[in-house]
Design a protein around this ligand. Structure first.
Ligand code: CP3
Length: 344
C-alpha cells in the first residue's frame, strides 16, 4: 500500500470516505492500563518521551487494541521548549512545569534554534513506529502552535486563561514577538524532521487559541501558524497539515486559508455551522464531546450518530473535540469504534 492509499491520507487529500477514518487525541494515555505500566517502567513522563523504544511502544498500544486509522507519535508539545533549554517536567499529581521565560534575557538563555541532537530520540521513535505500524495506518507527527507553547513557557505552567502570556504580549511586545519567532523556526525544523523520519502528516495544536482576543489573533496565532506551514511546505512540498484551533470555531475558515489539509473542530463549536464555513476540499476532524466517551451507552451512540450525519458526503476524520479523559472506560472506546465502523 502506498502512503496515499491509506484511508486517513485519502481524506486529507479531500476524498469523502464512508465510514470516515478515526483516531483519538491522547489515544496513548492514562485510560489504558498498558500505558500506565510502560509509564511506570520509564520512571518519568519526559524519560518516556525521550526513550525511543518506550515512546514507540505506547504509540502502538492503542493501535494494537483498537486498530485506529491514525497513529499519533507519543510525545508532547512541551518537548520543543525542553529541547531549547526550558526544562520540562511532569510530576505526579501536577500539571506540566517549565523554567519560566519571561523576558528578553530569559529568551537569550535558550538555544537560538532547535538543537536537532536533542530531539534525535523523538525521530528515532518515529522510525521505530513506522516500521511496526500496519501498512494501512497513517503516522501523524505534531507540534504545538507558537502561541500555545509560549503560554506555557511564560507562565512556566498551565494557567486557566493564559494571563501571564497575554500580559507579556501587551507590555513587552518585542520580547513576545521574538519568542513567537523562535518557536516558528523551531517548529518548522521539528516538523520537517518528523516528516523526514516517516511521519506522513502533521497536526499543529493551537489548544489555547480560545484565550486570544480578536486584536491579537492574527499576529499571535494565524500568522505564526501560516509561517510554519509555509516553511514546512517549502521544504517538503505536498505535506498534509492538520490545524486544530481550539476555541476559535468561528474563525475556522481563516485557519483553513493558511493551506491546511484539515481543520480540527472542538466540541463547543456547532458542527453543521463549522462545516458550512470551510472551503470545499478542506477536510474536517473532531467535534465529538470527550464527555460522551466518559459516559458511554446510548448517549455516546447518539453523539457518534450526530457527527456521522453532519459529515456524510464530505471529507472528515472522526475524532474528539479535545483529548480523551484519563477516566474513560476502555470499553467505551471499543463501542465508539464499532459504532463508526458499522455505520450504514
Ligand atoms: O495524542 C496523543 O496520544 C499523542 C501524545 C500527546 C500528548 N500530549 C501526551 C500526553 C499529544 C499530541 C499531546 C499534546 C499536548 N500536550 C497539548 C495539546 C493538546 C491538548 O491537549 O490541548 C498540550 C496543551 C500539552 C501539554 C500537556 N502535557 C498537558 C496540559 C498535559 C496534561 C497534564 C495532566 O496531568 O493532565 C500533558 C501531559 C501529557 N501529555 C499526558 C499525555 C498522555 C499525561 C501524562 C501522564 O501523566 O502520563
Amino acid at each position: 500500500m502506498g502512503v496515499n492509499d491509506r484511508p486517513l491520507m485519502r481524506v486529507l487529500a479531500g476524498e469523502a470516505l464512508w465510514p470516515p477514518p478515526v483516531w483519538i487525541m491522547r489515544q496513548a494515555g492514562r485510560y489504558l492500563p498498558e500505558y500506565l505500566a510502560t509509564r511506570a517502567e520509564a520512571g518519568s513522563f519526559t524519560r518516556l518521551c525521550y526513550t525511543p523504544e518506550l515512546a514507540a511502544e505506547v504509540t502502538l498500544q492503542p493501535i494494537r487494541r483498537f486498530g485506529f486509522d491514525g497513529s499519533i507519535l507519543f510525545s508532547d508539545i512541551l518537548i520543543v521548549p525542553d529541547a531549547l533549554g526550558a526544562e520540562f517536567r511532569l510530576d505526579a499529581g501536577e500539571g506540566p512545569r517549565l523554567r519560566p521565560t519571561v523576558d528578553r534575557e530569559g529568551l537569550d538563555r535558550l538555544a537560538s534554534s532547535l538543537p536537532l541532537e536533542r530531539v534525535a530520540p523523538v525521530m528515532q521513535a518515529v522510525r521505530l513506529i513506522r516500521a511496526q505500524l500496519p501498512a494501512e495506518t497513517t503516522l501523524l507527527g505534531f507540534c504545538g502552535a507558537p502561541w500555545t507553547v509560549a503560554a506555557y513557557m511564560v507562565a512556566g505552567r498551565g494557567t486557566p486563561d493564559q494571563g501571564p502570556a497575554l500580559a507579556a504580549a501587551r507590555t513587552d511586545p518585542g520580547f513576545f514577538a521574538a519568542l513567537i519567532e523562535r518557536l516558528v523556526e523551531s517548529s518548522i525544523t521539528y516538523l520537517v524532521a518528523q516528516l523526514e523520519a516517516g511521519a506522513q502528516a502533521v497536526q499543529i495544536f493551537e489548544s489555547h487559541a480560545g484565550s486570544l482576543p480578536e486584536d491579537l489573533l492574527e499576529t499571535l496565532s494565524l500568522r505564526p501558524i501560516g509561517r510554519i506551514m509555509a516553511g514546512v511546505l517549502e521544504r517538503r512540498p505536498g505535506s498534509r497539515i492538520i490545524v486544530f484551533p481550539r476555541g476559535q470555531g468561528r474563525r475556522l475558515a481563516d485557519y483553513a486559508a493558511l493551506g491546511a489539509a484539515a481543520i480540527g473542530i472542538d466540541q463547543d463549536t456547532d458542527l453543521p455551522t463549522a462545516l458550512a464555513s470551510l472551503p470545499a476540499g478542506v477536510a474536517s476532524q473532531g467535534n465529538l464531546d470527550p464527555n460522551l466517551l466518559l459516559e458511554g451507552g446510548a448517549a455516546l451512540d447518539r453523539g457518534v450518530d450526530r457527527v456521522l450525519e453532519a459529515v456524510r458526503g464530505r471529507p472528515h476524520i472522526f475524532n474528539l473535540g479535545h483529548g480523551i479523559s484519563k477516566d474513560t472506560p476502555v470499553e467505551n472506546v471499543a463501542r465508539l469504534l464499532a459504532r463508526i465502523r458499522s455505520a450504514a
